[in-house]
Design a protein around this ligand. Structure first.
Ligand code: HEC
Ligand code: HEC
Ligand code: HEC
Ligand code: HEC
Ligand code: HEC
Length: 236
């Protein structure tokens, strides 16, 4: 055999030896157990537990929040989007209650040119005036004048339920919050007329117009009487 033929064969033998060696030492043990993949990876992929539990899980213990949420427009936003993954909750402790709602809510609602028009958007600086969004919006049913704008846990009825919808801006005692006017102790006819005017649009205010539209004449009479009966600032 010519010298170069021997060298070629030796080279091939060395190559095969190193290939077999590499396969023996470098291959993952379970490779090819079932096919051209690592058999262990199947159990590894199946092992992780889900971090998110879904709103159905929350319903079992937080039924009131779930009812409120599922009746409102935010039923498209899952609980855990705002409260974080509930993997081990409640065993591992409470879930977070978001405190900086301006940061949370503007993630989805800040007006942006590229945002689809179907997503309700606001100019944050003009809309909220630096206030927390939950001062006026119930995070679980945020539409003003929509269902369950009251705090579900208190389960108020009648005028109490109605006035709970006003408390975010006019105060639980009707004395006003920040720049929102006080209602307590004002004349019932005056209050009723103001509400009728907001309802008809004769008096313009985007917030009150939206709210008054959802009130019946009966509601307006009840609310006017309710606030007129409360102690105003002057009489306290
Ligand atoms: C097995 C019952 C159970 C389930 C299911 C459950 N929770 Fe809770 N949750 C609790 C308990 C108990 C607390 C603690 C209440 C306390 O100490 O005031 C709590 C507290 C919370 C708090 C804090 C309330 C506070 O006042 O500090 C939030 C927010 C919360 N849960 C959200 C959720 C969400 C969202 C889900 C669904 C992903 C959920 N929970 C599922 C039982 C449950
Ligand atoms: C858009 C965000 C958002 C979604 C979605 C949401 N929450 Fe909340 N949740 C909040 C905020 C903000 C608060 C604090 C409310 C406040 O300060 O008035 C809160 C408060 C709570 C509390 C504490 C209530 C209290 O008064 O102590 C519970 C319990 C809770 N949420 C459960 C749920 C459950 C269950 C769901 C789903 C069915 C849900 N949340 C969906 C934002 C959200
Ligand atoms: C993950 C995105 C997301 C977050 C976070 C979120 N929202 Fe929403 N929100 C939506 C979507 C989507 C809709 C529209 C639902 C629909 O109309 O089907 C909506 C609807 C609303 C509406 C009703 C608008 C209307 O008049 O129809 C208000 C008000 C609102 N959200 C306020 C809030 C507030 C306040 C927070 C913070 C506590 C918040 N949102 C957090 C996605 C979000
Ligand atoms: C002072 C009360 C107040 C505060 C604070 C407030 N809102 Fe509103 N928001 C309203 C009222 C009232 C309406 C309904 C009237 C309207 O459409 O302008 C509304 C409407 C909306 C809408 C629906 C707009 C549309 O075009 O459909 C969104 C989204 C919204 N708010 C998000 C927020 C977010 C996010 C924050 C916090 C950064 C916030 N709001 C803070 C009172 C408030
Ligand atoms: C989102 C905040 C907000 C909520 C919630 C709200 N209001 Fe108002 N309300 C206002 C603002 C702002 C004004 C001042 C408007 C103006 O200058 O005309 C006002 C004015 C009024 C006035 C006229 C006061 C006066 O002295 O002329 C009446 C009456 C009134 N609101 C009743 C109600 C009732 C009843 C509810 C509940 C069903 C309610 N409001 C809920 C924001 C709110």
């Amino acid at each position: 055999m010519p010298k170069h033929g021997v060298r070629l064969i030796l080279l091939l033998v060395a190559f095969f030896a190193s290939a077999v060696g590499a396969r023996y030492y470098l291959k993952a043990p379970s490779f090819y157990e079932y096919g051209h993949y690592r058999a262990n990876s199947v159990t590894e992929i199946a092992a992780p537990q889900p971090r998110y539990r879904g709103p159905g899980y929350c319903q079992t213990c937080h039924a009131d929040r779930h009812t409120e949420w599922s009746a409102g427009v935010h039923k498209v936003v899952k609980c855990e989007v705002c409260h974080g993954a509930a993997k081990e909750h409640p065993q591992s402790g409470k879930l977070v209650i978001p405190t900086d709602t301006v940061r949370l809510c503007t993630l989805c609602h800040e007006a942006m040119p590229g945002r689809p028009a179907a997503q309700p958007q606001i100019e944050v600086a003009q809309h909220a005036g630096g206030q927390q969004c939950v001062t006026c919006h119930n995070p679980h049913s945020p539409k003003i004048g929509g269902p369950a704008t009251t705090k579900a846990s208190a389960a108020p009825v009648g005028t109490q339920a109605l006035s709970a919808r006003c408390a975010g801006c006019h105060g639980a005692d009707g004395l006003g919050v920040g720049t929102f006017p006080a209602l307590a102790g004002k004349d019932a006819d005056y209050l009723a007329k103001a509400l009728q005017d907001y309802k008809s649009g004769a008096r313009a205010n985007p917030m009150m117009n939206t709210i008054a539209k959802s009130l019946s004449d009966q509601d307006i009479g009840d609310l006017a009487a309710h606030y007129a009966s409360l102690k105003g600032k002057a009489t306290q």
